[in-house]
Design a protein around this ligand. Sequence first.
Ligand SMILES: O=P(O)(O)OC[C@@H](O)[C@@H](O)c1c[nH]c2ccccc12
Length: 270
Amino acid sequence: MPSDFLNTIIEQKREDISRASKRVSEAQLMEQARQRSDFRPFADRLSRPGPGGANIIAEIKRASPSKGDICPDLDAAPTAARYKAGGAAAISVLTDTTFFKGCLDDLTAARAACGLPVLRKEFIISRYQVVEAAAAGADAILLISRILNADKLDQLYRLCRELGMDALVEIHTPADAEVVAGMDVRLVGINNRNLSTFETDLAVAVELVARLAPHQVPVAASGIASAGDVRRNLSAGIFNFLVGESIVRAADPAGFIRGLVNAGQAGDNP
Ligand SMILES: O=P(O)(O)OC[C@@H](O)[C@@H](O)c1c[nH]c2ccccc12
């Protein structure tokens, strides 16, 4: 069972959704979402390693419940441009306001400032948020297996695909892996962080990757902080990485991303 804190987040989400849907109906959002034809390929880009060897999904993350403020004044548009300059394959934007100090406008601004595909990083529990993501310009959404039962996960995944977006489906345990291995989901995020305890263990991704189905491509997420961390995952067959805090805190985010992208190349840094 999710801890109290994860429950607190989910309760807050229910409130957010109820408030937002009074302002703009799902039908209105659906109309906007249906007009899109500008999707940038997220899953395709991450299906094979880029020229550097590692694909980095660089995250816009001002704060988190486990770390508090990371960079509260971070400006989404120039940050996304910097991430692109460093060779990021895609951008992840946390759109939760209460716990992560993000918003959907960050996603729209980040996307407009770089040519990269953009992932909506959110605790998605309802159709409304999926349609809202598409209307706001997301190319992909995160679906967290831990907070959805198998039916709901499947429904939201289908809706996401129907609207033209890709999904990153996140797992953390062997039981989550089993549910997702039975779906036609292509991109599977393996979160090294336990969302209840916030404990991060880099062994989680390298161990769980063996449980994915042959058609699935892994993305290691959380706690990745060095070229050495990337190399450890590359040896386990993982070439996609979702990285937040260590990029946001780096003095030179573009240079830091570049180091991660090229971590697998001979004669490279620590
Ligand atoms: O900042 P880190 O440790 O590099 O982690 C990034 C990302 O994996 C993390 O933000 C994350 C992974 N899954 C989530 C689910 C919800 C909120 C946040 C997340």
